[in-house]
Design a protein around this ligand. Structure first.
Ligand SMILES: [Zn+2]
Length: 169
């Protein structure tokens, strides 16, 4: 499991997939999906798969998805050796920030058992071309920590908070 300082690396295919859904038009809608890795044991966890969930409802600046659908997808992919790291979604902003709703969702899912002991990865794709449009957070179960995105596609977290295991409340 990743220690106090660990990195996420986004595979080229994942960046392409996320970039395809970036919201650059007024008629665009938010997209949402999940991020997966095969191996959680190294200091660098490679995000090698990004799925897209069918939104149950989506508008320009908000999206809802079916949690059951998300859980089913995780179970299916787990059978093929994929570990869910968290969620991605799009925002129609240059420098996207998590909404109060996003924060609540991240906290809720970080407290539920996810695979990463450090918590849950939370990615928002803004309108800048990737990788600069990529914003990454990690929710530890108690805090939402900003992960610095290094060029070109490596997100890095080294805060001591991230070393704590998620709290079970
Ligand atoms: Zn959002």
């Amino acid at each position: 499991m990743p220690g106090a300082a660990w990195r996420l690396r986004f595979g080229a295919e994942v960046l392409r997939e996320l970039g395809r859904h970036a919201q650059r038009g007024l008629l665009s809608r938010e997209s949402v999906g999940q991020l997966y890795a095969k191996d959680l044991t190294g200091k660098t966890v490679v995000v090698a798969k990004a799925t897209r969930l069918k939104p149950s409802w989506a508008s320009w600046s908000r999206v809802r998805f079916d949690v059951q659908q998300a859980m089913r997808e995780r179970e299916q992919l787990f059978r093929d050796g994929w570990h869910c790291l968290g969620f991605w979604h799009t925002h129609p902003e240059l420098d996207p920030m998590p909404s109060p709703e996003d924060r609540a969702l991240a906290a809720e899912h970080a407290r539920a058992a996810l695979t990463l002991t450090n918590g849950m990865v939370f990615v928002i794709v803004g309108t800048r071309p990737l990788p600069s449009g990529l914003r990454v957070w990690c929710h530890t179960g108690s805090d939402l920590i900003t992960m610095t995105v290094e060029t070109p596609n490596v997100a890095y977290v080294s805060t001591p908070l991230a070393a704590q295991s998620p709290r079970h409340e």
